[in-house]
Design a binder for this molecule. Structure first.
Ligand SMILES: Cc1cc2nc3c(=O)[nH]c(=O)nc-3n(C[C@H](O)[C@H](O)[C@H](O)COP(=O)(O)O)c2cc1C
Length: 230
């Protein structure tokens, strides 16, 4: 009996290709985020016992989002590699490539669409954006989470980067997204924030950010905020 495989086992290319153009995003402003100084996280056993999906979320502060991204997504160390730097971050990622871009929207006080820069721990405002398309995306998120005022995290895979290093890279994009969102969810629980994966991929964000066709693949989204019912 023949079995149809949706995904194939990835295999590193004998000679990785070099990466294409560095960024496809039109960036305007940079907001440097706070690094946590005196934030003590509870013991891991407490965090794991406490973690639940939170669907009733208050708007998070910029400071809370900064702490979440610091603990869950910053670059801790990196070395030169092909294609692009091999990075160490709190979440694992295939080949250390970290080929996912993290976008944030619906963040109180910072309108529009923001790209997290995990090297400098900053948010970069994308501009111009299509407000209509972003509104459409947020309405879709609202149908999933009608009682949440949390901000929206969307992950976009830089598939050219994965493809440069791996044959059959497709599943890696989704598995990297699961690893990153799970890590962020645990960090959110540690910080007393609410977090929930969303079942949608985030396709609408491509039009919202004016991201050129085929340059990125949306691979998952989540909401995060202050726990409205801790
Ligand atoms: C890939 C994925 C997609 C999910 N999508 C949604 C969603 O669209 N809406 C929702 O309310 N919860 C969503 N969840 C959360 C699950 O419903 C939740 O994890 C599950 O019910 C277990 O509850 P717990 O996380 O509180 O332990 C999703 C979880 C995962 C991992």
């Amino acid at each position: 009996m023949s079995r149809t495989k949706v995904f194939q086992d990835p295999r590193p290319r004998r000679t990785p290709r070099t990466e294409g153009p560095p960024s496809v995003y039109p960036i305007k402003q940079v907001h440097f985020l706070e690094q946590p100084e005196q934030v003590l996280l509870p013991p891991l056993n407490e965090v794991l016992d406490r973690r639940r999906s939170g669907r009733e979320l208050a708007p998070p502060s910029l400071k809370e989002v900064g702490h979440l991204l610091w603990f869950g997504c910053r670059v801790r160390a990196s070395t030169e590699g092909t294609p692009g730097p091999i990075q160490s971050r709190p979440a694992p990622a295939a080949g250390g490539l970290h080929a996912l871009d993290l976008l944030i929207s619906r963040l109180p006080g910072v309108p529009g669409l923001l790209l997290y820069d995990p090297f400098s721990h900053a948010l970069r405002t994308l501009e111009p954006i299509q407000d209509d398309a972003l509104g459409l995306y947020h309405r879709k998120v609202e149908t999933l989470f009608p009682n949440s005022e949390g901000c929206v995290i969307t992950l976009l895979a830089d598939h050219a980067k994965l493809d440069a290093k791996y044959v059959h890279w497709q599943s890696l994009a989704l598995r990297d997204a699961g690893a990153l969102l799970a890590t962020l969810g645990i960090c959110a629980a540690g910080l007393g924030m609410g977090f929930c994966f969303a079942g949608i991929l985030g396709n609408e964000i491509l039009a919202a950010g004016g991201i050129e066709n085929g340059a990125r693949i949306p691979v998952g989204s989540a909401i995060v905020g202050g726990a409205a019912n801790p």
